[in-house]
Each structure stands twice: as C-alpha cells, then as structure tokens.
Unconditional design. Structure first.
Length: 255
C-alpha cells in the first residue's frame, strides 16, 4: 500500500510538539494509531528512523498513524514531565479524532515504556480511545529511578537533553508526584470494556516482567498478556512483538 507522510505540529499546554502523520493512500476513512515513544535513554538522534519505520509499517496495513515527540523529546518544546506526557497524548488524540481520513470510533494507542504508562493513564479517562497496546510498560515508577532516586534521574535527563531549562522543575515535589499520578496500575482497570494488549519481554533489562503481570492482574477483560521469549526492553524493534501487535489490531478493525 502506498503511504504518504505529512509533517504536522501539535499544540499542548502552549507547547509545540513535532509530529508526522503517515497516511494510507486508499479512499475512505481508516482506523487510526497513535504511537507514543518511551523515555529517551540517549540524546536525540535525527537519523534514528525506528519510530518512522514503525509508523510506515502500520500505515501500510491501513492505519492512519501518528508519531510525535512528547514535551522535552526530539524537536518538541518543553521539558520532560510524565504527567505532561499524558496531556500531550490527549492533544494527539484530539488531532487524530478530527482528521478527515480517520474513523474516530477506531482510534488506538500503542505506547512503549514510559510512553505506554502515559498512554494507559490517558486512555483510562478518555473514551475516544478504542483500545491500547502497552509495550514494556512499568506498572509504577517506585523502583525504576534506581540508585540516587529522582534527583539522579533529573541529572541524567539533563545530560540526555530531555530537560533543557536549568530552572526546571520549579517544584520538585510536584514534578515527582506526577510519576505517582500516572502510575498505570492504578488506572488500567478503567480501560474496560475497551481491549488491552500487554506486551513484555522476559529479558527486559529496564522494566522487570513482573510489572506486566501486575498490570494484567489489575486490568479487566477484555485483556491479553503476551510475554516475548528473549524479548528485551526495546520491543519496537522486536519483530515477534510487532507482529503480534499488528495481528491484534487487525483482528479489531477488520469489518
């Protein structure tokens, strides 16, 4: 299927978020997929085509597919804030739901790691979302900051470049409380009756697979948990995981 790419800009909390819309060139309306990236582990590399390749894959399957940089990431404005990421996803949903080529009753989210956590948090309160694929999602953030806690994370994220303002956050307590607010294990039960697919690698070196099992236990039907044998954290480059995601979406959207 021929796919065209259109650069777009999203507005969220007064910030400009860089985005790309990947469109299947077939007449009519189509299901939509919003892909939500994870928390960057390295500085922004404009030559990394990973998410763009993923968007092209799903657009070729008939999905109007949106990829975008949430605040602090890539070419977008702002500084990394997990609660703000949930609002950014809301802005992306608004954009897709008003796009003329989209069937708004078939709007799905696929998130990775921290982006999956924010996607679950957003979808739990936003009924415009028809279903969620959560890849390598933490159930909570209590044990993920590691040695040094959030202050050490803050230093690392400044070095990576997702926190640019030297004065950010103005209120450390409020910023860290966002991680408690977004913790998807507290919200995932409200996705039902919309379908949920949890994908997690049993060799995930960042988020232990126990997080996926905790999320599955807290979720309600319809739900599916698939553990990828040998799967590491970056499931977007895991062919087995992405094939399962594509088949699952296809089963929901084939009329």
């Amino acid at each position: 299927m021929i796919v065209t790419v259109r650069p777009v800009a999203l507005a969220s909390d007064g910030l400009c978020l860089a985005a790309e819309l990947h469109l299947p060139q077939v007449p009519g309306t189509h299901p939509a997929l919003c892909i939500c990236h994870g928390i960057p582990a390295i500085p922004f590399n404009p030559c990394d085509s990973g998410y763009r390749d993923l968007a092209a894959r799903f657009a070729s399957l008939g999905f109007v597919t949106l990829i975008f940089n949430m605040r602090g990431a890539g070419l977008s404005d702002g500084d990394f804030d997990i609660a703000g990421w949930s609002r950014d996803i809301g802005a992306a949903i608004t954009f897709l739901s008003t796009e003329g080529s989209v069937n708004p009753s078939m709007l799905y989210l696929m998130g990775f790691s921290g982006g999956a956590a924010a996607a679950i948090h957003r979808a739990a309160a936003d009924t415009r979302v028809a279903g969620v694929i959560a890849c390598a999602s933490p159930a909570h953030f209590r044990d993920l900051p590691g040695k040094g806690g959030f202050p050490a994370c803050l230093t690392r994220w400044r070095e990576i470049g997702i926190i640019r303002d030297p004065a950010f956050p103005r209120d450390m307590e409020s910023w860290t409380s966002g991680f408690l607010e977004v913790a998807p294990v507290a919200h995932i039960g409200r996705l039902a009756p919309r379908p949920l697919l949890l994908l997690h690698g049993d060799a995930d070196e960042v988020v232990p697979v126990s997080h996926a099992r905790d999320l599955y236990a807290a979720a309600r039907e319809p739900k599916q948990l698939t553990i990828i044998p040998g799967g590491a954290h970056r499931l977007r480059v895991d062919e087995a995981a992405m094939s399962i995601a594509a088949d699952w979406l296809g089963s929901l959207t084939r009329g």
